[in-house]
Design a protein around this ligand. Structure first.
Ligand code: CLF
Ligand code: SF4
Length: 532
């Protein structure tokens, strides 16, 4: 591949060599003529990173988050990000990481990214941007630590700013080196920084970090955790002072920092963190990590939600993280990295057309505003249904993107979960499941595990569903609903909920509390709720 994009004076249209890549629009279902987190972080005006809009925050903050899929839940339905694996080295050891694989602070363990030089990375970003017009953010998230590889990380940013200045820059770091690079971060207009903070007490930290490399020596135990903690807090304060939006990732490790994460949430909020993303530990013996080999388990989906709920009211929470890999490409939850390997890029003819990208993003914006308006309309209808105004239920949704109910039950690998009440339809997480439809036929052996994954939900909204799963779900007390196929998710969830309450009021059905289903799945609620 060759590019002719020019620094500073970049032409609106840049031609390079091209291949045939699946357009992302096919997944987004953006109508041709159709009609869209933020938070105020420590300043606390808005709702969470999952649902805030332009009315909830200062205009300059909205500009920074409105098309960042990680910083705005609403944006993640419509906009994509990509990572480039330019940062192989790391300066600390986490007990959930095996250096053979990517940084588990921002990636699923057990996957390996193709490492790139800054020049290769920029070629790849320009190629992806020309094929995926709603790819708006480039992140450096490993495979080691972005700031343990400062030359490669910042050289990538420098080169990219010359070739594709419309792409937002983002980094993820463990924070040890962060205070040393705040000036560089600001120099390259990196608007978004993620720090992984798993503790604010070194006594907890020494159970997570066996050592750090600091001041030309290896430091272990309590002293290592104390230095890391102090550097993380200092780095966060420095970023806040410079107006850089900072997200905190925390890995939830049952029995080690589960109840401690409420204290982490409080401390990072105090220091101006914009969002707090509590992610589940993924721990398997085959990953070869200390935790994997010593039997440390990860949390259940319900344990994760319980900790997130216990933090409600503190720093705003991100709940839509997909723990993507260090070379992830596409919408959160999808992985198109295989389409953009180095050899494939070499054969592509790249057309980096800034006008086309902007035009496409404008269309996405119209769609997003339509989604927002539909939700407001459904909420108004909700207020008119006077029965059971305090009821809250969970609803699972089958979607392939674009904020719509548009996936068949049999094709789902991940359900989105919404908490629905008369006052809100709030994204609260996702649940991965095994594919039910294999080669055009339902695999009935998979059904029990799919049903179990969502058995704390009252309904599942799908584009289509077969007779067999319909029966199995109904038997489990989960209502299969296909009447909202193609509609916006929040509106569909609220409309279903309003009908559900009306049927209860008419005596047609009885509301079943599905709390017992959560207990069957091993949720713990009492201790954490009390700790909150
Ligand atoms: Fe990447 Fe991280 Fe930037 Fe997003 S990911 S560096 S903030 S652009 Fe996002 Fe992926 Fe979760 Fe990270 S879903 S793992 S939070
Ligand atoms: Fe691994 Fe990332 Fe921790 Fe470094 S910071 S040890 S790469 S998880």
């Amino acid at each position: 591949m060759s590019t002719s994009t020019a620094a500073g004076s970049m032409p609106a249209k840049t031609y390079v060599s091209i291949g045939s890549i699946k357009p992302l629009g096919a997944r987004l279902d953006v109508p041709e003529a159709g009609g869209g987190c933020g938070t105020s972080g420590g300043e606390g005006k808005a709702s969470c990173g999952s649902s805030g809009g332009p009315d909830d925050m200062p205009a300059e903050i909205w500009e920074k988050v409105k098309n960042h899929p990680c910083y705005s839940e609403e944006a993640h339905h419509h906009y994509a990000r990509m990572h480039v694996a330019v940062a192989p080295a790391c300066n600390i050891q986490c007990n959930y990481c095996n250096r053979k694989y990517d940084c588990s602070n921002e990636s699923r363990p057990g996957v390996v990214s193709q490492k790139l030089t800054p020049e290769q990375a920029v070629k790849k970003v320009v190629a992806v941007a020309s094929e995926i017009p709603q790819m708006t953010v480039l992140g450096v998230a490993g495979p080691g630590d972005s700031l343990a590889n400062p030359k490669k990380t910042f050289e990538t940013f420098r080169l990219l700013q010359e070739q594709a200045p419309d792409i937002k820059l983002c980094i993820s770091t463990n924070g040890l080196a962060l205070p040393d690079y705040v000036d560089e971060i600001c120099k390259y207009n990196v608007d978004h920084v993620t720090i992984t903070i798993n503790m604010v007490d070194p006594a907890v930290g020494e159970k997570i970090y066996p050592w750090i490399f600091w001041d030309h020596r290896r430091v272990t135990g309590y002293e290592a955790a104390k230095i890391l903690h102090e550097r993380q807090m200092l780095g966060l304060e420095m970023l806040t002072a410079r107006g850089v939006l900072t997200k905190i990732n925390s890995v939830l490790i049952p029995g080690i920092n589960d109840e401690h994460l409420m204290a982490v949430n409080r401390e990072v909020k105090k220091r101006g963190a914009f969002l707090h993303n509590i992610m589940p530990l993924i721990s398997e013996a085959e990953h070869g990590t200390h935790f994997g080999l010593t039997g440390q388990r990860g949390p259940t989906a319900q344990e994760l939600k319980a900790v997130q709920d216990a933090c409600a009211g503190g720093a705003n929470l991100m709940r839509h993280c997909r723990q993507c890999r260090a070379d992830a490409v596409g919408l959160l939850g999808e992985d198109r990295s295989e389409e953009f390997t180095l050899d494939k890029i070499e054969e592509m003819e790249v057309v980096y057309d800034l006008d086309k990208r902007r035009a496409y993003q404008e269309k996405v914006e119209v769609e997003r505003q339509a989604q927002h308006a539909a939700k407001q309309e459904a909420l108004a209808a909700s207020a008119a249904v006077e029965v059971d105004q305090d009821m809250k239920v969970l609803v699972a949704v089958a979607t392939k993107g674009g904020g719509r109910v548009n996936e068949h039950f049999g094709h789902v690998t991940e359900f989105q979960i919404f908490e629905v009440s008369a006052a809100e339809a709030l994204f609260v997480g996702h649940r991965r499941v095994d594919l039910y439809c294999q080669g055009g036929h339902g695999d009935d052996e998979q059904l029990p595990s799919v049903v179990k994954a969502i058995n704390d939900c009252h309904a599942v909204l799908v584009a289509k569903i077969g007779a067999c799963p319909r029966d199995e779900l109904s038997t489990a007390g989960i209502e299969p609903v296909d009447q909202f196929s193609g509609e916006f998710i929040e509106k569909a969830a609220l409309d279903w909920f309003n009908g559900y309450r009306a049927r209860i009021a008419a005596g047609e059905i009885t509301h079943q509390d599905r709390g017992d289903a959560q207990i069957r799945q091993g949720a713990f609620t009492g201790g954490l709720a009390a700790a909150a």
